[in-house]
Design a protein around this ligand. Structure first.
Ligand code: ADP
Ligand code: ZN
Length: 437
């Protein structure tokens, strides 16, 4: 299949051209926020930086960072850089971590968002003949409206199902001709399981691609979903503060997500020192919005951990790629002094043939951290003897120990006993936090 681009001249522009756009737009944005948002004026004055000091992308590192806490402190509209009369839409984060934050969009901001979502849809091979089945939640969460806007932009048929009511989702997948499914990977997995449980052959569905993001997921999970739904599954990344879904998007190569660099500048930094890292080194992802009018956050600290890849991509796009974030720095668990990401545990489980239906329970007993992993047995294991189940548990424990470097207790539980998520999955229960530890 020939590669399709929504905005070819932009998506395949030369690196010099992209740099030029970035410099010009950064200068303009810095002036805009300095003139219109008190926090930026104050921070820049404190740091001794004037808008005139910012002449190109090279000067980006002179600018102070922006943090999620700044949005909470300015709740609701304190960081808006335009009058409310210019704000057409509000969205709020899904509130996975703490108090929700609010962002606004001008007409221009919404148009940019539609365009970047359109780029993602074209990259998965969709066009005006496609049916875009959106099962991300519609509402204050950015997921639903983001992909919906992209579908409208390319002239495809949007099916705004929103999340939930899985039986109805499946009926619609069968009857409405959905060709592209958009939802969280955990919900895609659940839909896939239900399709299997109903004895429906996925080959009979017109579905060809999936756009799954908003939460971390592993390559193993991607392969499972692709197989179970008989589609190609694409990753998409975004966050409310920067835009919503499609800040970066995956192409047919599926080796990292292209960052929409004409609208956002990406950096990786050492989260402890704030120092900018050379490209290719793993660090915290930091984004600067350079075309937004209402909420153009400067050097926003995402707390997502990833790597930037500047190598040219086979697909022809020239935007740099970011790796799948392995999780947020605040998802990282420190257990007995060792850093553990839920995604590492997921990798082990899926490699051993389990489905991604698991829960991680961390606690502290007699001053020692404990790690318990509950995972659902597969249907065929369910009829096995207790001794056999114990053997499976031991096997998983030994795999986990060799990958994580610390021991975990594995408990195999009955199929379908772990609660499913229709949006972002909650995998970790850290009881240490409940007792203020
Ligand atoms: P909340 O912060 O309440 O979860 P958002 O919907 O804005 O609200 O979540 C954005 C976050 O979701 C990102 O910072 C990142 O941690 C996570 N995320 C989004 N897309 C992906 C993805 N493709 N892979 C991994 N994590 C993702
Ligand atoms: Zn590519």
């Amino acid at each position: 299949m020939a590669e399709c681009y929504w905005q070819k001249e932009i998506e395949t522009a030369s690196r010099e051209q992209i740099r030029e756009w970035q410099s010009e737009r950064l200068v303009k944005t810095v002036k805009h926020v300095y003139d219109n948002v008190e926090l930026y004026r104050k921070r820049m004055d404190e740091a001794g930086v004037k808008p005139e000091d910012i002449k190109s992308v090279d000067d980006l590192k002179k600018l102070p960072f922006t943090y999620k806490q700044d949005l909470r402190d300015a709740y609701p509209y304190g960081l808006f850089a335009v009058p409310m009369s210019e704000v057409l839409r509000l969205h709020a984060s899904s509130g996975t971590t703490g108090k929700q934050i609010v962002v606004g969009y001008t007409k221009h901001d919404l148009e940019v968002w539609d365009d970047i979502a359109a780029r993602q849809l074209y990259a998965v091979g969709a066009d005006e003949n496609d049916f875009i089945h959106v099962s991300y939640g519609y509402g204050l969460f950015t997921g639903g409206f983001g992909l919906h806007g992209g579908a409208g932009r390319i002239g495809a048929t949007a099916i705004p199902v929103s999340s939930g009511n899985t039986d109805r989702q499946i009926t619609i997948l069968q009857d409405f001709g959905s060709t592209v499914l958009c939802c969280t990977p955990s919900y895609a997995m659940y839909i896939a399981e239900q399709i299997k449980a109903k004895g429906i052959d996925p080959k009979t569905l017109p579905l060809k691609a999936g756009i799954f993001g908003a939460e971390p997921w592993t390559e193993e999970m991607r392969r499972q979903i692709e197989e179970m739904l008989d589609i190609k599954a694409y990753d998409v990344y975004g966050l409310t503060e920067i835009m919503g879904p499609c800040v970066s998007y995956e192409c047919s190569e599926q080796k990292g997500m292209h960052v929409n660099e004409d609208h956002f500048i990406i950096e990786t930094i050492n989260p402890e020192t704030g120092e900018v890292l050379p490209q290719g080194e793993q660090g915290e992802l930091v984004f600067t919005c350079i075309t937004k009018e209402c909420c153009p956050f400067i050097r926003y600290r995402t707390r997502d951990i990833g790597i930037i890849n500047t190598e040219p991509c086979e697909c022809g796009r020239t935007f740099v790629r970011m790796s799948k974030p392995m999780g947020r720095s605040d998802d990282m668990m420190i257990i007995r002094g060792v850093n553990v990401f839920p995604s590492q545990i997921e990798t082990v489980l899926l490699r051993q043939g389990y489905l991604p239906n698991y829960k991680i329970i961390v606690d502290r007993v007699n001053n020692t951290d404990t790690l318990e992993v509950q995972v659902e047995m597969t249907e065929d294991m369910f009829s096995d003897t207790v001794t056999k189940v114990k053997e499976y548990e031991k096997a998983l424990e030994s795999e986990l120990r060799s990958l994580l470097g610390i021991g975990a207790d594995v408990k195999l539980v009955a199929p379908n006993s772990i609660e499913r998520s229709m949006g972002k999955a909650v995998r970790v229960v850290d009881k240490r936090k409940l007792i203020g530890g």
